[in-house]
Design a protein around this ligand. Structure first.
Ligand code: URA
Length: 184
């Protein structure tokens, strides 16, 4: 039977890809270990790498605002990333790095056993929903992932780069709130 302590310890010792050699800290995950909703991002940035916590830099501040819009905060959901170590210069995690790290996330998912997934950005949506996921066309739609409802949102970093996408994300968040209410 898996447990959080063993999982985190094993994950911290992982050398499954090269990212473990360049990171400062493992960015394992944060939040309610029994959350109804699990948010999955891409990989740690500079601030996350320094602090060892997901979404604490500028994108994280925007994620906190997005959660507030739907009356949630990071203590009520579980937040993790596809890769747990920072890719150098914030590049996208490579397919091999994603594959090497996926087992840890799968074990986190099994322990949290969420009722719903929210994928932050294209990389996470492609890994879980479908490889040809198109974030510009398919954000805000409900898919089924491992028997549970799942939605992808624009990544908060994309919303920082292009604030013109924020009104669409507001609509998606309201839809997400309705989906969550259906599950409770
Ligand atoms: N972007 C992500 O995808 N994850 C983080 O933890 C921070 C920024």
């Amino acid at each position: 039977m898996d447990n959080w302590e063993t999982l985190k310890k094993e994950c911290a010792a992982c050398q499954g890809c090269g990212l473990g050699r360049t990171r400062h800290n493992l960015v394992f995950g944060v939040g309610d270990q029994k959350a109804d909703v699990m948010f999955i991002g891409e990989g740690p940035g500079e601030q996350e790498d320094l602090k060892g916590e997901p979404f604490v830099g500028p994108a994280g501040q925007l994620l906190d605002t997005m959660l507030e819009i739907i009356n949630l905060d990071r203590t009520k959901v579980y937040i993790a990333n596809i890769v747990k170590c920072r890719p150098p210069r914030n590049r996208d995690p490579l397919p091999d790095e994603q594959t090497a790290c996926m087992g840890w996330l799968r074990r986190q998912i099994a322990l949290v056993d969420p009722k719903m997934f929210v994928f932050l950005g294209r990389i996470a949506a492609m890994a879980f929903i479908k490889p040809d996921f198109r974030i510009t066309r398919e954000h805000g739609q409900i898919f089924t992932v491992e028997g549970r409802p799942a939605m992808a949102l624009y990544h908060p970093s994309a919303l920082l780069r292009d604030p013109g996408k924020r009104p669409e994300t507001f609509v998606d968040l309201k839809q997400l709130q309705r989906e969550i209410q259906k599950l409770l």
